[in-house]
Design a protein around this ligand. Sequence first.
Ligand code: PMV
Length: 312
Amino acid sequence: MSRAATGAAPGKVILFGEHAVVYGRPAVAASLATGLGATVTPFPGGPELEVPGWDLHVRLDQKGSRFDAIARGFATALDAAGVQDRALKVTVDGELPPGVGLGSSAAFAVAVLRALGEWNHAPLTGEPLLAAAHAVETVFHGTPSGLDHTVIATGGCLRFERGAQTTFTPVPLARPVPAVVAWAPRKGSTRQAVAGLRVRHEALPAHFDRVFDAIGAVTEAGLQALASGDFDRLGQLFDLNHGLLNACGVSNVDNERMVAVAREAGAAGAKLTGAGLGGAVVAVTPLGADRVVEALQRAGYKAFQTRLGTGR
Ligand code: PMV
């Protein structure tokens, strides 16, 4: 009799404080109700990995191809989950696009690890899951901040602060936030966005420090709006945070257009999320989320409705 094991993981958005967090200010991230699912099935020629939505088909002996990093990440996941019998195939699917700041690689890691743990009759949860996801993310990103896999494995909403050690604190939410996420291709990596801002900060340190302070204050106010479930106020604070990110020089024409279209279609507020230079935007949509999605799609962008900060 054939058997199958499954695992799932959400995507993530940064709600407040991206970029300023690099300069010691707090930031807030939340899991999405949208994510990835992984299914393990027996496969005599395995191990194999398939992600049809990303056009990915990987065998572990496929060295030197554009799939090399993903093959190494998959091998790391198999080791971390302690899988001995590797006559298996892992299929990953879901709505999360890769490479736009929605945590796709961490969601991939966590969904695959959960499915492999179940397959192995040794479910991965808590600290061991975080450690294994960190190992896979390290293969993909070198030195990951840890934010993505932490909020994705934990679910809900987390405040994080960088210091000698990055700290994560659960954020109480009155209720999950109704939202729309849209995205465009990125015109630069996270590393390039952070490096560009570093150059601008070095040229005008006192001015940029004031912008980072303002983002920090918006983040604190955002935490209160999340705790009280005041979505109109949350939207206004998204707008403010977005304006400050624009001042930081990390928003591009697609980010500006998506934010404008979402607001005009009735969103309570919208901002870019993550590193910027394209990539994703997030809008608060207590009413009329359908209209916001349609307007963004009519403008040529991909978009979906979701909720922020749900459990996993
Ligand atoms: O787009 P992402 O998910 O890579 O987010 C980057 C967040 C930054 O604050 C811009 C960088 C960082 O390391 O915190």
